[in-house]
Design a protein around this ligand. Structure first.
Ligand SMILES: Cc1cc2nc3c(=O)[nH]c(=O)nc-3n(C[C@H](O)[C@H](O)[C@H](O)COP(=O)(O)OP(=O)(O)OC[C@H]3O[C@@H](n4cnc5c(N)ncnc54)[C@H](O)[C@@H]3O)c2cc1C
Length: 386
């Protein structure tokens, strides 16, 4: 291995995951989405093989690997047309935060289910009024004797219907007017007072987004993950993994779109020779190949820095990777549609659906504008604009 290639082990992992996901494939995925069914078999199969929990510590049922490993799994699934958003959320965000800040008892209770897929955990920070400004969240937690009582409303929360628990970001009530002190609670999705409603999205995916209502939800004191005064540090532990995973989700989808486009451009002939012989078709696809590889390289750099314990270095790289990957994926999907001509808009070829799926990567989990803000401020030393 040179320092610019992944280890043999990582490459083998990619091949194995691609083979497994290939058994399911894009048609199966979109069929599930259109019929309102879920991807539970695939989820549990990657769990059984140890891929879903590959980043979770071994003593809690995981593979003991890093974010680079789980990101590779996420990318290969997406590259086979089976992008699983819940991988970003359950093992990468929730798994990382609990592994880093949970008590031994909490790790024993939640990590094995996250690792094998039988105890999926959603993540809820976004609120209708606060939006990107997460410092402004108003979901509050109030201590009442031996219980916490949580009230608030969340939006765009992925996979609540497929999760046993949701890791909810709230603020303690006494901190409401002061500096934000985010606190994290594991809330069972069947808790009294918790309700969720699906949001009709244009994304063709079996995974749905929900509004979540928390109305006097009473939780035991040990539902609190981390220190009540731990503040942002605990929350930030999940952010770099989130961005690295989101980047991998995007590069995987981009690879899928590009592979389909290249295959179509090789076969389809309307004048003399395949359409791929026209530079107007070939060059945009070649451009995408370059952009995707650049984004993958930055994603792998971010993961390597994170796994080496360099949180600061990983922060910059993870933001850049997420930005570059989302841009590469949007362009690849657009070019794939164009390459397919009219077929690009049909359900049969399934290309147009990728436009929305890749587009979401420019918005979530952190928007391209907020990444540009981060780079302007932290990498270039420019004044904070908000
Ligand atoms: C498919 C999908 C899945 C999601 N899953 C989850 C989930 O599981 N859990 C969860 O908690 N959230 C989830 N989200 C929410 C997601 O993280 C938010 O949509 C995202 O953070 C943006 O917030 P917003 O939608 O409220 O946009 P807004 O905050 O209203 O922003 C609107 C626009 O204004 C721009 N903007 C805002 N402030 C600034 C600024 N200071 N400078 C420049 N531009 C600015 C934004 O970049 C954006 O383009 C999901 C969203 C989607 C689309």
């Amino acid at each position: 291995m040179s320092s610019y290639t992944e280890s043999e082990e990582r490459q083998a992992l990619r091949r194995e995951v691609a083979k497994l996901a290939g058994k399911y494939g894009r048609e199966w995925f979109t069929e599930r989405a259109r019929s309102g069914e879920k991807t539970t078999e695939l989820w549990l199969e990657i769990g059984r093989h140890g891929y879903l929990g590959i980043n979770i510590p071994e003593e809690y049922g995981g593979g003991g690997g890093g974010i680079g490993d789980i990101a590779a799994v996420c990318e290969e699934l997406a590259a086979q047309g089976c992008p699983l958003l819940l991988m970003v959320v359950s093992p990468a965000i929730c798994g990382t935060i609990i592994a880093r800040y949970g008590t031994d008892e909490q790790k024993r209770r939640w990590l094995p289910g996250i690792a094998d897929g039988t105890g999926t955990m959603a993540f809820a920070i976004t609120e209708p009024d606060a939006g990107t400004n997460t410092h402004n969240i108003s979901t509050t937690a109030r201590r009442e004797g031996e219980a916490w009582v949580v009230n608030g409303r969340k939006i765009y929360i992925s996979g609540v219907d497929e999760s046993d628990n949701v890791l909810v970001v709230a603020r303690t009530e006494d901190a409401r007017t002061g500096k934000v002190k985010p606190v994290l609670f594991v809330v069972p999705t069947d808790a009294a007072g918790l309700e969720y409603r699906p949001i009709a999205m244009e994304i063709v995916s079996p995974e749905q987004q929900f509004q979540v209502f928390l109305d006097d939800v009473r939780l035991p004191v040990d539902a609190l993950v981390g220190d009540e005064d731990g503040g942002l540090v605990q929350l930030f532990a999940g952010l770099n993994p989130e961005r690295i995973m989101a980047a991998s989700f995007s590069t995987g989808l981009a690879r899928f779109a590009l592979e389909k486009a290249a295959a179509y451009a090789t076969e389809r002939t309307v004048f003399h020779g395949p359409i791929g012989a026209h530079q107007a078709i070939a060059h945009p696809l070649a451009q995408s190949k370059i952009e995707i590889e650049l984004a993958r390289l930055m994603t792998q750099k971010a993961a390597a820095l994170y796994d080496a314990g360099d949180d600061m270095g990983a922060g910059e790289a993870a933001n850049m990777a997420k930005y570059a990957a989302a841009e590469a994926a949007c362009d690849a999907a657009d070019r794939a549609v164009q390459t397919h001509g009219g077929n690009g808009i049909t359900q049969e070829y399934g290309m147009a659906g990728l436009l929305v799926a890749t587009r979401a990567g420019r918005i979530a989990p952190v928007s391209r504008e907020m990444i540009l803000n981060f780079v302007a401020m932290h990498s270039l030393g420019l004044p904070k604009s908000y």
